[in-house]
Design a protein around this ligand. Structure first.
Ligand SMILES: Nc1nc2c(ncn2[C@@H]2O[C@H](COP(=O)(O)OP(=O)(O)O)[C@@H](O)[C@H]2O)c(=O)[nH]1
Ligand SMILES: [Mg+2]
Length: 354
């Protein structure tokens, strides 16, 4: 096995070096922020099996590689001691097979929360032959953002400031337009406080020959619905909400809360702190929210939140974004993409290629 350390100003920069030198088969052994000449840099230790046969490896092979990489195991044990011994009394490490235990330790290191680990533990304990992947697939559902899977005409993107709502909205609309050129699309800015986002939307609507509307007050949404026979798909850009505000209240005040042909998608970055996730979960909790869109995956160093949030909210993941550009950087989610991110820190191939 060939092991090498890469450093870059961002995880993306370091990953690009890994990919160009070691190729797609590289396994990420560790990923951390370090200080170099007084500046914070992302340091990635990667390895590649030089003699590995070039056959398409099964997902269990990929998982095995990640779990058996001795370097991270040693490093992690030194830092944390034996994880399961420290965990709640409900979890008896002896009840798991060594590989199951290793999988649990890996998840802990990725930032998967204790209550999720407990749910995983319960499933694994019940079946010694059970691998971690089907358990995770049971915890995180996926509903790819494709027109067949999302019949609603109205799609709104909600989430914190800077999460990537406006760019994701444009990307979803452009993707739809490219795949189905005849689809009549309308972009809607409901982001009254954010002049820039509104201008970006209007600009892209004009450039791409899409309709553009605004929703400011309660009556505007009703007018949009009345006018919506002209459109097959309507994408709405919602504002980031300040502390104390709630999405339910905001949607209610625009007569959007109970509108059946509307799906709201919550746009989040995977590297928010647990406290921020908690605050956003409360602020954006709503029956109207139907999926999660993860953006800025290229800037994350660990991916435990990709398991935590879907498990806690019960929401499926609909799309993943891993670059700031507007074309090809956002892809409909697939289950495999989630576990490749988690266990290999590998961004979706379609996304990287963009
Ligand atoms: N690196 C990276 N940047 C992104 C991604 N998605 C969005 N961005 C950038 O994040 C910034 C904020 O995005 P914007 O859509 O304006 O966020 P909003 O405030 O939620 O509408 C912009 O500079 C985007 O280009 C992504 O997946 N990766
Ligand atoms: Mg915006």
């Amino acid at each position: 096995m060939h092991v090498k350390i890469y450093r870059g100003r961002s995880a993306k920069e370091a990953l690009t070096q890994v990919k160009s030198e070691l190729g797609d088969e590289a396994v990420i052994l560790s990923n951390k922020m370090v200080t170099e000449n007084g500046a914070k840099v992302c340091e990635i230790t990667a390895a590649v099996e030089r003699s590995a046969p070039s056959r398409e490896r099964s997902r269990e092979d990929v998982l095995g590689e990640a779990l058996e990489a001795a370097e991270w195991t040693r490093e992690w044990r030194q830092i944390k001691g034996h994880l399961l011994a420290l965990m709640r009394p409900q979890m008896d490490p002896a009840a798991l097979t060594p590989r199951q235990r290793l999988s649990m330790e890996y998840l802990e290191r990725e930032g998967v929360e204790q209550d999720v680990l407990l749910a995983v533990y319960r499933r694994l304990r019940a079946d010694a032959g059970l691998s971690i992947l089907p358990v995770l697939e049971g915890l995180v559902s996926v509903q790819p953002f494709e027109s067949k899977k999302w019949p609603q005409k109205f799609h709104a993107l909600a989430g914190p400031h800077g999460a990537g709502k406006t760019t994701s909205l444009v990307r979803l609309a452009l993707r739809e337009k490219k795949r189905h050129p005849k689809t009549r699309i309308c972009l809607v800015s409901a982001d009254q406080g954010q002049g820039k986002g509104r201008m970006v939307l209007r600009h892209y609507a004009e450039l791409s020959g899409l309709a553009f509307r605004e929703v400011a007050v309660r009556e505007d949404f009703g007018a949009l619905v009345a006018d919506s026979r002209k459109f097959d798909r309507v994408f709405l850009d919602l504002p980031g909400l300040p502390p104390g505000a709630s999405l339910e209240t905001w949607l209610g005040s625009r007569a959007m809360l109970h509108y059946e042909d509307l799906a709201v998608h919550l746009v989040l970055n995977p590297y928010y702190s647990p406290a921020q996730f908690q605050a956003f979960r409360e602020r954006y909790a709503s029956q109207a929210v139907k999926s999660l869109i993860w953006t800025k995956l290229d800037e994350a160093c660990t991916f435990g939140s990709l398991i935590n949030l879907p498990h806690e909210s019960g929401l499926p993941v609909s799309a993943l974004s891993c670059a700031p550009g507007l074309t090809g950087s956002l892809v409909p989610a697939r289950s495999e993409m989630i576990w490749r991110l988690l266990f290999k820190h590998q961004l979706p191939a379609e996304c990287v290629a963009a």
